[in-house]
Design a protein. Structure first.
Lengths: 119, 116
């Protein structure tokens, strides 16, 4: 069974510093996708970045990058130059291998990390 | 381009009642998934609808049922509400590409259900 582990319940970072949020996963399938979502206090889950298991390069989206270490089964999110608006819950998620049921896209989420940016 | 919308925003019910939550997917998306997020937890998958059929289901009892309409919008129904059903219910939409793309799920703002 797939499992996502986020070991940092909370993190506190000074504004403009870089921050790394940890995520490890467990799956026996060679084909999977990894996602990071941001959830502000309003509740909406905002998609940040995606990494496919066969992607050769680490994904980047603006200030977000994903440090993908396949052998270690880790997919850490790096936020560069943090801003006050980055304060939120961050969730790592895995997509069930797509070929188990054609097109099925169930996401399995970790427990999340609460990030607080201090001015 | 409108994103995923959900209604209502908040809902208060009593034990034993029934509730219906609604979701309109992002324009161009054909797949709707529902998640339950208890306070302090990550979202848990309830089920997914594609082509008006339930394609996959998580570990939730039959009290949880759903429907998808021809315009791809969806409803989540919960019967015989329990106190433990109090949670944020999130709807996510995506475009099923059969594995050809990332099939990223985009979430709505959620419906916060309180059962008294």
């Amino acid at each position: 069974a797939q499992k996502i582990t986020q070991t940092q319940p909370g993190m506190f970072v000074q504004e403009k510093e870089a921050v790394t949020l940890d995520c490890t996963y467990d799956t026996s399938d060679p084909s999977y996708g990894l996602f990071w979502y941001k959830q502000p206090s309003s509740g909406e889950m905002i998609f940040l970045i995606y990494q496919g298991s066969y992607d050769q390069q680490n994904a980047t989206e603006g200030r977000y990058s994903l440090n993908f270490q396949k052998a270690r089964k880790s997919a850490n999110l790096v936020i560069s130059a943090s801003q006050l608006g980055d304060s939120a819950m961050y969730f790592c998620a895995m997509r069930e291998p797509w070929y188990s049921i054609q097109g099925a896209q169930k996401l399995v989420f970790g427990q999340g990390t609460r990030l607080t940016i201090n001015p | 381009d409108a994103g995923v919308t959900q209604s209502p925003t908040h809902l208060i019910k009593t034990r034993g009642q029934q509730v219906t939550l609604r979701c309109s997917p992002k324009s161009g998306h054909d797949t709707v998934s529902w998640y339950q997020q208890a306070l302090g937890q990550g979202p848990q998958f309830i089920f997914q609808y594609y082509e008006e059929e339930e394609r996959q289901r998580g570990n939730f009892p039959d009290r949880f049922s759903g429907h998808q309409f021809p315009n791809y919008s969806s409803e989540l129904n919960v019967n015989a509400l329990l106190l433990g059903d109090s949670a944020l219910y999130l709807c996510a939409s995506s475009l099923s590409t059969g594995g050809a793309g990332t099939d990223t799920q985009y979430f709505g703002p959620g419906t916060r259900l309180t059962v008294l």
